[in-house]
Design a protein around this ligand. Structure first.
Ligand code: C2O
Ligand code: CU
Ligand code: CU
Length: 490
């Protein structure tokens, strides 16, 4: 597909030409079920006000001037054309995370498209096959571009609307701020690269710290959570409420309550929950992130208005969302592949497959002197099957394995490291089969699978989409420092 030549034939452009009478020789366009949905995103420096007007503004990079970028609400099965203009001083691209789309629209520089140079633009065209919660972000210099704020939510609405009282999105971002509200420099330090990644010191919900979400007693809310942080794992608890998980990574699942009431959200993961607002009118309830034991904090507050409850009784248990048209893996005839995650800080300077565990607190106070650091000066800190592919997308990335189009791939991911890794695959949704040998309690499709230290996860997918696809850890520092690979479907 050549989208560069289509760039100037936007619908508006076409109409303008047609009314000028110069389009007589253009073929008539066939009628479509849906008109093409046209959008524009411009990446440029901007300013954000994370913590109220009395704090200094933070210089950011943003889509259409806001952090996060605009919520793109698309419709399942409706073609969309999104023009991305680059007003940054460096190359960029946009990746539509989780959307199953043609390879040429996947936004990986050097692999699926040339990067968008400063001052240039690129038009992405695709038709989202799956309804659900997705997001978009750059895939060039990702660590810096995502870390400076370039990210936005992408919601694909069900072809047949699903009823809730309200549909909310919380896009979560984690910032490492230095003095005067500025984003700290030092992206890609050896310590971040070889350990837990660049975890920040301020978390925002839709660009606001200490967010207050107003709610009404008795209402049923669909709340879409998306972790757009570079590295921060999150585990959310809703005080006084019982969230029900409806979808993970955009893909509906059997509605269920999370284990211990904690919603684990690794970077790039999305979870859709149903929240029945069972609190008291006028009440306030905290949403707490306590993934890192000693570092719990209040992410947001649910603030009830004083009105009497909307309903006398909670509605019935929510019905499952309609399934997306995902191809069913054929496990009996599957091709097996294994991905082994290696490296990270621990061994005496060499890539370590094993090592002692070190918690966040140990890490913070650690004396680095005399230790040889993998990840120093851009040397790889991680590897997949012994190969370290570093940086972001670039030309000449050789595929680790090739799949014939249409086969089922039974993929085993083994984490030999002492660190957490949300492993993300482009272009497909994986049916997660088992974790450490045990089948999952609820059937799950995911594009980003979190592996705890030493975890082994088995999953499967049908290789129905040709092209070169990335598979990488979504902790941006880990990806940059070698935890990335490519596979090919021919
Ligand atoms: Cu969300 Cu390779 O990306
Ligand atoms: Cu992706
Ligand atoms: Cu990782």
């Amino acid at each position: 597909m050549n989208s560069r030549s289509i760039r100037f034939l936007t619908r508006r452009g076409f109409l303008a030409v047609a009314t000028a009478g110069a389009a007589m020789s253009l073929p008539l366009r066939p009628a479509r079920a849906y008109a093409v949905d046209e959008r524009t995103l411009r990446a440029a420096p901007a300013q954000a006000q994370f913590a109220g007007p009395d704090r200094a503004p933070t210089p950011t990079w943003a889509y259409n001037g806001t952090v996060p970028g605009p919520v793109l609400r698309l419709r399942q099965g409706q073609p969309v054309r999104i023009t991305v203009e680059n007003s940054l001083a460096e190359d960029t691209t946009v990746h539509w995370h989780g959307i199953r789309l043609p390879n040429a629209m996947d936004g990986v520089p050097g692999l699926t498209q040339p990067p968008i140079a400063p001052g240039a633009s690129f038009t992405y065209e695709f038709t989202p096959p799956d309804a659900g919660t997705f997001w978009y972000h750059p895939h060039a210099d990702s660590l810096v571009q995502l870390g400076r704020g370039l990210a936005g939510a992408l919601i694909v609405e069900e072809a047949e609307p699903v009823a809730f009282d309200r549909d909310l999105i919380w896009l979560l971002q984690d910032w490492r701020l230095a003095a005067a509200g500025r984003i700290a420099g030092g992206f890609g330090s050896a310590m971040d690269a070889s350990m837990s990644g660049r975890v920040g010191n301020l978390v925002t919900v839709n660009g606001t710290a200490q967010a207050v979400q107003s709610v009404k007693a008795g209402e049923r809310v669909r709340l879409r959570l998306a972790n757009a942080a570079l590295a921060r794992m999150m585990a959310l608890r809703f005080e006084g409420h019982r969230p029900v998980i409806m979808a993970i990574d955009g893909q509906p699942c059997e509605p269920h309550e999370p284990e211990d009431g904690r919603l684990v959200l690794a970077p790039a993961m999305r979870v859709d929950i149903v929240l029945d607002m069972q609190g008291k009118p006028g009440g306030r309830y905290r949403v707490i992130d306590d993934f890192y034991d000693s570092l719990a904090y209040t992410l947001a507050t649910l603030a009830y208005d004083k009105a009497a409850p909307l309903r006398a009784h909670p509605p019935d248990a929510p019905a499952a969302l309609p399934r997306n048209p995902l191809p069913e893996p054929d496990l009996a005839n599957a091709v097996r592949q294994e991905i082994v995650l290696q490296g990270g800080m621990m061994g005496g300077g060499k890539l370590a497959g094993v090592g002692g565990m070190m918690g966040m607190s140990g890490m913070m106070g650690m004396n680095m002197k005399g230790m040889t650091m993998p990840g120093m000066n851009g040397t790889p800190a991680w590897a997949i099957n012994g190969v370290s592919m570093t940086g972001d997308g670039h030309a000449g990335m050789a595929p680790q394995f090739t799949l014939r189009r249409g086969v089922t791939c039974h993929l085993t991911i083994r984490n030999e490291t002492a660190w957490w890794h949300p492993m993300h695959v482009h272009g497909f949704s994986l049916s997660v089969l088992s974790r450490n040998g045990s089948p999952l309690p609820h059937r799950q499709w995911q594009d980003t699978v979190l592996l705890a230290p030493k975890d082994t996860v088995e999953c499967a997918f049908v290789a129905d989409n040709p092209g070169d696809w990335m598979l990488h850890c979504h902790v941006a520092d880990h990806q940059m420092a070698g935890l990335m690979t490519v596979f090919r479907v021919t």
